[in-house]
Design a protein around this ligand. Structure first.
Ligand code: ANZ
Length: 938
């Protein structure tokens, strides 16, 4: 019997699927454990070896948890709405649903090939109506809620309406839009229902508002901050500009504090928590109001340093600030306009990152200092961000280095307000440690004292108050795309109305073209059957729109993060046709115990998902505040790119070690055309691309073409992608699984290097020979030796500790050590091999199943309890004593541990080497401590 991975793997995969081996028990007496992978977006490129890394780790953990008595939920699904399928649809006319289904099929084949223990009965696809029906339902709940700060939770909007009707909005503590006018109960009741609607929109958890958005003209859509990298769209790398548009937004800012506090209760890496903390960006300070001279306008600023109020020497507004147009003097108008125009082309990220260029213009207006009443020039400058704080700053050059740089650049006068502090560019650290001067009633005070007093005095003037500000912005929730969830929203007189939950799902309509319409409407503007009949409660033809019973439907769709912000809940009860999941299922599964995925989701998905979970808790759908108790980011697997060197302007390629002084241009070459010795397959290369058909090669002295290598991100565009299917084909999935784990610690980035894979394959062939040889089954029923038991129990101990600590690479080494020892011990003993098969099963499940059946068992090894470690087997049974003469060690003697001092002495004295040392003279004293010392003193 030989090890044929392909045969046994296909056999066991069939067995698992036919027997529903990994079907999760819906009701169980066992404790629950929920192991989740970040579900994939099914792209056309399929999986490469980097993708399964996290899946293998979570699969090992899930299998281990089953062996140790847990009811494990380990599902998989697809984040199947999104841009790539739609871009493809635009190019080819192929419906995104068709491409998506084909991609999913390919993903499924690839995943199945690796032997994951997913419960596929619970698969979810975010683009399926049965799924997005619930995404739409959650949206409606958000619309129907407001955030009550007094209760610190979201509450029904109907409660707010009741408060308005009895007491107006004066005492209401809500997270809402800025600057809502105060009204009393009588005024509220007197408002028209439209006026009431407009007011409520300013309080709802999801709301329609004109916001400054990141607009990507090439993609024809708005993008979230986390979808933009260095001012370019993450997908496609297209320029992004800022633009004002009416958009749906999510009031995630309401949860800023709870999102911060929750971090202290979850088991995530410190670096991930830190990036969320920074993203949320809590700043404690004050808002201060400055009057504009000769005008009825005021400028409100947010400052973290109200103590520096006497150092204010100018003010800076963001170029987009509403006041700019209102306060600019005629003389400055053209300069201001030109500047505003120029800055609108720069993205917010660019402006934040760019510390070098200082630019700005004077508006010609002056503000009045709240205490000294002195005039303060008002400038605009793009270092001030429109969306942060109030989009305006009180500039204190002696306290803030950006203000200082600005003042220097434009030659603006300022005074120093810090005692014994030298104003120079390097002196801006730790101003909190100085006391104040030139600061009127704040003179001599420290930072803390001055902050409190300044706020008090500002409050007395009614020109300021303490304020906490968050960098976290409300999240824009509309996309001008086709392939996303439609909103359950129609419009009456321009105001949004929710469709009742009973009529969900609102299906994505068919369109002829996936592009925006000619008048710039989103792709759903191409739909001809896209209107809501309020009497019939169904979607009808646009031609029926009469604004009496038939109204236009929303044309935007939801963003990519909508479906992924609650999907873990759906796995708990994926067949439920009524609710997103039953209360009973949610009560049992609670939340995800272990979540594994990439760290690119640190400030996107992982914040949005936490936000929705908190909201769902507030409305009583889920019992826990945090969705993901423990989270591990797997490190990226890097590709080993290969390069050929083309002599510039020719089709001649020089071997890496034959390059002399030619001017060569390195070009990526597909790694599948390169062998382990870095030699290029010349014929394959010529056939690879038409322009290389007539390639000429300059070989090295050995007649070979050697490629260069560089470690880079694994990506199709770098031709360094390794397909897991190929590895499975050649060595089997068990080798792939072990090898991916063996590459290094889970959380580290590591290069893919196929060279080591043969060693792992060799290990599996070696362990196979313990169970079977050329004559068939090799297992014997004899009692094992102490050494064998020791090798086994060392392994049980190490592997279970490793799994608990997510140290999977070290387990693989331990398996190798164990199998080397057992091979040397000629171990074919059932009492060793049975438990060993179970210990190996989480890592190499197919071969372990085969062993289990070789051992004569029916059923799956995955149902076996994990072997218990017994420390007794690790206790040494013999001791290698150093034998000393007058304190000097002369030789070593291995003796059983249970001998008495007298027995030891007898053996030592008879030893030839002792006789040779003593040379006929009897020792004066023999010191023997069993288990420790043998010393003969002459
Ligand atoms: C006066 C002052 C004096 C400030 C001083 C700092 C130091 P964080 O911690 O990031 O919240 N600021 C406020 N809004 C801004 C905006 N929209 N764009 C750019 N800068 C803005 O920083 C808050 C501080 O950043 C605020 O406190 C304000 O400058 C500036 F010695 O006000 B400070």
């Amino acid at each position: 019997m030989k090890y044929h991975p392909n045969e046994i793997e296909a056999k066991w995969q069939r067995y698992w699927s036919e027997n529903q081996t990994f079907k999760t028990e819906a009701v169980s007496d066992k404790p629950k454990y929920f192991v989740l992978d970040m579900f994939p977006y099914p792209s056309g490129a399929g999986l490469h070896v980097g993708h399964p890394l996290g899946y293998i780790a979570s699969d090992i953990y899930a299998r281990y948890k089953r062996h140790t008595g847990f009811n494990v939920l380990h599902p998989q699904g697809y984040d199947s709405f999104g841009l790539p399928a739609e871009q493809y649809a635009i190019q080819t006319g192929q419906h995104p649903a068709v491409t998506t289904a084909a991609n999913i099929e390919r993903y499924r084949e690839q995943l199945d090939r690796i032997g994951f223990s997913f419960d596929w009965n619970r698969e979810v696809r975010t683009s399926e109506p049965e799924y997005y029906k619930h995404t739409q339902w959650i949206f409606i709940q958000l619309f129907n809620s407001w955030y009550n700060l007094a209760a610190d939770r979201a509450e029904p909007i109907s409660d707010l309406v009741a408060i308005f009707a009895t007491q107006g909005n004066q005492g209401v503590q809500a997270v809402c839009d800025e600057g809502i006018a105060i009204f009393d109960a009588a005024q509220w009741t007197a408002f028209s229902s439209e006026e009431q609607e407009r007011i409520l929109l300013q309080y709802r958890m999801t709301y329609l508002a004109e916001t400054e958005v990141n607009w990507c003209p090439a993609l024809g859509t708005v993008l979230a901050n986390d979808e933009i990298i260095n001012g370019l769209s993450e997908r496609g790398g297209h320029p992004v500009v800022r633009k004002k548009m009416t958009q749906w937004s999510m009031r995630i800012s309401a949860y800023a504090d709870r999102l911060l506090q929750g971090l202290d209760t979850i088991d995530w890496s410190e670096s991930l928590k830190e990036s969320q903390r920074n993203w949320i960006g809590k700043s404690v300070g004050a808002s201060v109001v400055f009057k504009v001279e000769d005008s009825s306008e005021v400028i409100e600023v947010f400052t973290t340093r109200p103590d520096t109020i006497f150092g204010v020497s100018f003010m800076t507004l963001a170029p987009e600030h509403d006041l700019v147009a209102k306060i600019t003097s005629p003389a400055q108008e053209s300069a201001v306009q030109a500047y505003v125009e120029a800055t609108s082309k720069r993205s917010e990220r660019e402006r934040m990152a760019d510390v070098k260029t200082i630019s700005g213009v004077f508006t010609g207006a002056y503000a009045e200092h709240p205490f000294t009443k002195e005039p303060i020039p008002v400038w605009i400058g793009d270092y001030v961000l429109a969306g942060y704080g109030t989009g305006a700053v009180m500039a204190v050059p002696s306290g803030d280095d950006r203000d200082y740089a600005f003042a220097k650049h434009f030659g603006l006068a300022f005074k120093n307000i810090f005692k014994d502090c030298d104003i120079s560019e390097s002196a801006y650290a730790d101003k909190e440690h100085f006391t104040l001067e030139n600061s009127d009633f704040l003179n001599g005070l420290s930072y803390n004292e001055a902050t409190v007093l300044a706020i008090e005095k500002l409050e007395a003037l009614n020109q300021g108050k303490g304020k906490t500000n968050y960098r976290l912005r409300d999240a824009v929730f509309s996309r001008q795309r086709y392939w996303g969830e439609p909103f359950p929203v129609y419009y009456v007189n321009g105001l949004p109305q929710m469709i009742e939950a009973a009529h969900l799902p609102i299906l994505l309509p068919e369109v002829e073209k996936y592009l925006p319409t000619e008048d710039g409407l989103p792709p759903l503007g191409n739909a001809t059957v896209w209107a809501w009949d309020r009497a019939e409660n169904r979607v009808v033809a646009n031609s029926k729109i009469d604004h009496i019973t038939v109204f236009p439907l929303e044309l935007n769709t939801m963003p990519g993060w909508a479906g992924s912000s609650w999907y873990w809940l759906r796995y708990m009860d994926s067949d439920n046709t009524e609710e997103l999941a039953s209360a009973k299922a949610i009560q049992y599964w609670q939340n995800v115990d272990l979540y594994i995925g990439g760290n690119e989701h640190a400030t996107g998905h992982l914040l949005y998902a936490r936000f929705w979970n908190k909201f769902l808790k507030d409305i009583g759908v889920v019992p826990v505040e945090e969705p993901f108790q423990k989270l591990i980011n797997q490190g990226m697997i890097l590709g080993n790119s290969a390069f050929v060197y083309r002599i510039e302007g020719t089709n001649t390629f020089v071997s890496k070690n034959a390059i002399t002084d030619q001017k060569v241009q390195p070009l990526h070459v597909d790694v599948s055309l390169v062998n382990a010795a870095s030699e290029l397959n010349l014929e394959g290369f010529k056939a690879w691309r038409p322009d290389f058909n007539d390639a000429i090669f300059v070989l090295d002295a050995d007649g070979k073409y050697i490629v260069g290598h560089e470690v880079e991100k694994m990506s199709k565009s770098k031709f360094n992608v390794v397909n897991p299917d190929d590895i499975c084909e050649e060595y089997g999935a068990d080798t792939l699984r072990l090898y991916e784990m063996f590459l290094g610690p889970l959380e580290q980035a590591k290069p893919w290097n196929t060279a080591g894979i043969v060693g792992v394959f060799g290990f599996l062939k070696k362990i196979w020979r313990l169970y079977a040889d050329d004559n068939g089954v090799a297992v014997v029923d004899e009692a094992p030796t102490a050494e064998m038991l020791k090798s086994l129990h060392k392994t049980i101990k190490k592997v279970s500790e490793d799994i608990e600590n997510f140290s999977f690479n070290t387990s693989v080494s331990q398996f190798m050590i164990c199998v080397n020892e057992l091979s040397q011990q000629k171990c074919h003993h059932r009492a060793i091999l049975e438990p060993l098969a179970v210990v190996l099963a989480p890592y190499a499940p197919h071969i372990a199943e085969e062993f289990w059946s070789i051992l004569g068992h029916e059923g799956s090894v995955s149902k076996q309890p994990f072997p218990k470690f017994n420390p007794a087997y690790l206790v040494e049974s013999t001791k290698e004593y150093p034998v000393s003469f007058n304190g000097k060690m002369r030789f070593k003697l291995e003796l059983p541990m249970d001998l008495t001092a007298a027995q030891i002495e007898e053996i030592v004295m008879k030893d030839e080497r002792t006789k040779a040392q003593l040379n006929g003279v009897l020792p004066k004293k023999v010191i023997i401590v069993p288990g420790k010392i043998i010393n003969l003193v002459g």
